[in-house]
Write a protein that binds this ligand. Structure first.
Ligand SMILES: [Mg+2]
Length: 230
């Protein structure tokens, strides 16, 4: 059995109680002087660069005003996120520590990784704040790799090949996430999708996007493992 198992972070592995959004809010104010319509904007399933560009475009900025200052935005965001993490309880979602161990126990041709809209350094800060162990995720595709989530599965496949020499394809690639964007992002590659309603989207809404498997949470670790492996 060959599997590339790619977890989303926010709402899937962990809950950071809004710390990420607060850190983005403060960074936008510091660097651009505006947050755009952040109060009514959903971050769920979107990449960090997508979030920044959409909010700032809505605030009336042109692309030429936004993109040159994104590196400064990420510096500010990372500093703010570290500050937030010292004051926020970041908790793994139900079943996650056990599920990650279950995937690792499979060893052999099973590779554990991340597929997330977070920029890489933000992902690292959140995963470590939840005590989940950054180093165990052997492959990653991040918002810092591409602003469009549907581009990220191919990034993960390329890195998995570079790491292992193996080509993962179709249902050997498993994407676990909490939003319709997670379910849709690998559709063009025919990947296996496992949706979980531990983020902001209820089971009924996720079901409408037709994931291969759907769970209210990941507390039944053997059932989730069966969905990955069978
Ligand atoms: Mg998520």
């Amino acid at each position: 059995m060959r599997r590339l198992v790619l977890f989303d972070i926010d709402g899937t592995l962990l809950s950071a109680d809004g710390a990420g959004k607060r850190a983005v809010n403060d960074a936008l104010v510091e660097v651009f002087g505006t947050t755009g319509p952040i109060e009514r904007y959903s971050f769920a399933g979107r990449t960090d660069p997508q979030i920044a560009r959409e909010l700032l475009t809505a605030a009336g900025l042109a692309a030429g005003e936004i993109d040159p200052r994104l590196p400064a935005l990420w510096d500010s965001y990372i500093a703010n996120l570290r500050w937030e993490m010292e004051r926020t309880e970041v908790t793994p979602l139900p079943g996650i520590p056990e599920l990650l161990r279950r995937v690792e126990e499979a060893a052999g041709e099973t590779v554990l990784g991340l597929l997330t809209g977070n920029i890489e350094e933000g992902a690292r800060i959140k995963v470590d704040a939840a005590g989940l162990g950054w180093e165990r995720f052997r492959v990653g595709a991040f918002g810092s790799d591409h602003a469009d989530r549907p581009e990220l599965p191919a990034v993960a496949l390329r890195r998995a090949r570079d790491l292992t020499g193996m080509d993962f394809a179709g249902k050997e690639v498993v994407i676990l996430g909490d939003t319709p964007f997670d379910i849709q992002c690998g559709a063009h590659l025919g990947v296996r999708t496992i949706a979980v309603a531990t983020g902001r989207h209820p089971v009924e809404e996720l079901a409408a996007h037709d994931p291969d498997h759907l769970f209210s949470d990941f507390s039944d670790v053997e059932a989730v493992w069966a969905a990955i492996a069978n």
